[in-house]
Every structure is written in C-alpha cells, then in structure tokens.
Design a protein around this ligand. Structure first.
Ligand code: 9MR
Length: 458
C-alpha cells in the first residue's frame, strides 16, 4: 500500500515536471530579445556590416528573430557613399537594407555628417564650399534611402568630451549652425525619417550630456527639426557605469524628443573571467532597464551582436569580449540572460537533458559528466542549440551524444568536434576545452517537430 502510494506520488511529480519542462521549451522558442522589446513598444537591434553578411552562421542569428532593427556599421557613411565628389555609391548600404527587409528588421541610417570616415576631398575643400557639399551629400543620401530607414543619425559626435563643439570641416566652415542646416536639409530630403543627433560619453549626466541637452533646447527654440537623441553606449567595465543614465535619458525625453541607445557594447580588459562577465551583465541590464523605464526610449541597438565582428579589439588593444555573443557565435548566458531579464523576459532554465545537474551531495554521474541541452534560438527551418558540460574536478576529455528523434541535422558546430551518423550526433572536446565546464553550440535544420534529443555524456 505504502509502495503504491509512493509510486503514485512519483508519477504525479514526473508529470508535473514534464509539464514544467514543456513550458520552458515553449517560452524559449517564442521569446527573443526583439519579441520582449516589442512587448514594451521598443525594438532590440544589432549593427551589422557588409563583410559579415556572407557569413551564414552569423546571418542565421542576425536574421533569426533576436533582432528587429539593424544599423549599418560603415556602409552609409560619407567615405562609403560619396568617396569622390558627386559620385555616389549605395551598393553596400542597399545590401544591409535588403537583408533587413527580408528579415523583418527596421534600419537606422548612420550617418550623414561626421568628422570621421570623411573622404579627403571634403577635408580639403575651401571653407566657402563646405556647406554646398554637405547639403548635397545629405540630400542625395537621404533621398536614396527615403522610405527605407526610419531614422537618421544626421549629425554624429558633434562634441568634445568637455562639451565644447568639436572642430571639423563643418564647424570650421559654419560654426554650430552646421547642425541646424544639416537637420533642415535632411528633413527636406526625407520628411518621414526621425532625425537624430548621436554621440558617445553622453549616456550619463555630465558636461558632455549637458552640452547635448542645451543644443537640443536651442534647436527647438529656433524651430529646427530634431526628433531624437542617440546615446551610443560604448561602455567599459573598468571605467564604471555612467552616472544616472535613466535620469539623463528622461530629461531629454522631457524636452519632447525620442531617445535611443544606438551602439551599445560593454568591453573589458581581456581575458574574460566570471567576475568580469558578471559586471558586464549588470551594465547590460542597467542600460536596458534605463531604456525600458523611459517611455520615449524607442529601442536599444548593440554594436554588432558578436565579438567576432566587434570594433573594440582593433581600437583598444588588450580589450574586447564586449558583446552578448562570443567570437564563436555562442551566446554568453550571463550577458544575454541579463538583457532578457531587463526586458521582462523569463530566463530559460536548462531543459531536455537526460541527466539533470547533480545536487552537490550526489555521487558523480555515471560517465563522469553531465550534459545539459537547450534550444537558444529557433526559426522556420533552423535552430541554434547549446550544450553545457559539467563534471567533478579531475575529468579531462568528454564526449556528448545527442540522439534526435525528428530528423534534425547539424550543419555547423563550434567549441567541439562533431560527427553525425543518422540521428546520432557525437561531439568531443577540442584541445582547449577538454576540462569541464565547457559549452558548445551548433546550428541545425529541423522540420515538423523539434523535440529535445536524448543526451549522454561520457
Ligand atoms: O564599427 C565601426 C568600425 O567598423 C569602424 O572602423 C569605425 C571607424 O571609425 O567606426 C565604427 O563605428 C563607430 C560609429 O560609426 C560611431 N560611433 C563609434 C563607433 C565605434 O568606433
């Protein structure tokens, strides 16, 4: 009798936990950064660039539902669009626009007037000719992309860090008035695009954001079209989090302009470790929460989503690891889950493993390791899976088998070597991750049903 009762209770518990697992699965399949942001009336985006668009593993994630917005990192800048005077090239920018259109992403245009990535011919113009060149550039580029971008960074980085006006061919020729002229010219070329000024180190309260604030007020007083202010959000954990970011965004919103986080990344001094990752995650969380808390914050864009294509290591020697996906296109659970939580989402718990993580007092699992499988992203015909391998200290070398029931086929796998034979995928460690904990990721095709595989670890 007692045995029968216990067996019955165990069956009920098993059914309840199976339901819980199924719920987490359903949640994980539909919840993306974009879907969470959209539920709050915002977008979540990633910058991209043309060389990356030929990397199919990269584009599978970029266009796979996590992001509802993109910004071309370089291809709409002056040196790309008008390398010689009057001769315009839109091929690379158009490629980004086409990718975005095919994957349900909106585009921020970046950028019309900037002191950097400016072709030599602009810098050598006589001052009397700069205004005409600037107006023509804005008119041609904004007209070409009319209806294709929802916003323009019309002017980029107009200030020095102390809040004084940055010297550029434009400020030299026209003084601060170049900003009003640029905005008016952009409005005439594309009356529907939201017109932004965008800068870095303006994320928190301080002299530089005060300068931006005063500029916006003064433009509004002159009747100049200004719809938004972009806060780039290039942060570094070693320099501290910007002071009172939410209050800063709010004071701009209170002027009646939109605000956006336009180029977010959070770099660190390499190498990565768990403590730095945790600090980075709080930065991501704080930025996203600040945007969520400000109604007029329209969205957050990370400055590409993967360390594979980050600008950081090329600019700051010894620094990097700034993005929520690593250089192998694997999600960093710490940063990613922090963003998910900040957007009000449920952090997916590992599920689908045949061997749940052992309690600290349990004996070592048979085979000496535990593998936890999860789907981190899924779209029409493909999905991205991730497996975490843990083991008691002392184990070197691991082998995970995944046996799929629905014909799933792995097309690419990172942080492991793999072979697929029929329904069974066998994955072994690579030289540098032989000692658990280790995580590998993969892309696979599916159709019909995408049930979690049976998992073993040895
Ligand atoms: O991501 C861009 C990188 O590929 C370029 O080499 C760099 C050149 O200046 O510009 C990067 O993007 C910048 C953006 O346009 C404006 N804000 C700072 C960004 C990082 O440098």
């Amino acid at each position: 009798m007692r045995r029968a009762l216990l067996a019955g209770a165990a069956a009920v518990l098993a059914a309840v936990s199976a339901t819980a697992v199924a719920m987490v699965h359903a949640e994980a399949a539909t919840q993306t950064l974009q879907s969470l942001a959209a539920a709050k009336g915002k977008y979540f985006g990633s910058a991209t660039d043309n060389p990356e668009l030929s990397d199919t593993a990269y584009t599978a994630i970029l266009g796979g539902g996590e992001f509802g917005q993109t910004t071309p990192g370089n291809s709409m800048k002056w040196d790309a669009t008008e390398p010689t005077r009057g001769s315009f090239s839109f091929t690379r920018g158009d490629a980004v626009v086409d990718f975005a259109a095919a994957h349900n992403m909106k585009v921020r245009g970046h950028t019309l007037v900037w002191h950097s990535q400016l072709p030599g011919w602009v810098s050598s113009l006589p001052t009397g000719d700069v205004q005409a060149a600037m107006e023509n550039h804005i008119t041609q580029v904004a007209t070409h992309y009319r209806g294709k971008v929802f916003a323009w960074d019309v002017v980029n980085e107009p200030f020095n860090d102390d809040g004084t006006l940055r010297t550029s061919p434009f400020s030299t020729a026209m003084g601060v008035g170049y900003i009003a002229d640029a905005l008016r010219t952009a409005r005439a070329a594309d009356p529907d695009a939201k017109l932004y000024i965008n800068d870095y180190n303006t994320d928190g309260l301080g002299a530089k954001s005060d300068a931006m604030y005063n500029l916006v007020k003064s433009l509004q007083a002159q009747g100049v079209p200004i719809d938004g202010v972009g806060f780039q959000g290039h942060l570094a954990i070693q320099y501290g989090f910007p002071s009172q970011m939410q209050q800063n965004l709010q004071r701009f919103a209170d002027l009646g302009v939109d605000v956006a986080i336009t180029e977010l990344d959070v770099r660190m001094v390499l190498p990565r470790d768990a403590t730095k990752d945790a600090t980075q995650a709080t930065y991501y969380s704080n930025v996203v929460k600040a945007c969520v808390a400000v109604t007029r914050c329209v969205g957050v864009t990370i400055w590409d989503y993967t360390d594979k294509y980050s600008w950081v290591p090329n600019t700051f020697s010894g620094q990097g690891a700034a993005l929520p996906w690593d250089e192998n296109l694997a999600k960093k659970p710490t940063a990613y889950n922090a963003i998910v939580s900040a957007l009000g989402g449920v952090v997916p718990s590992p599920s689908g493993s045949t061997s749940p993580p052992p309690a600290s007092s349990s004996p070592p699992p048979s085979g000496g390791c535990t593998a936890v499988y999860q789907v981190v992203n899924q779209w029409n015909t493909g999905f991205q899976g991730e497996v975490s391998v843990t083991a008691p200290a002392g184990k070197t070398g691991w082998k995970v088998t995944l046996t799929f029931a629905n014909g799933q086929t792995v097309t690419q796998l990172w942080n492991g070597s793999y072979a697929q034979s029929g329904s069974t995928v066998t994955v072994t460690n690579v030289s540098w991750n032989a000692t658990p904990p280790a995580t590998f990721g993969f892309l696979a095709n599916w159709s019909g049903t995408n049930a979690a595989p049976a998992v073993t670890c040895a």
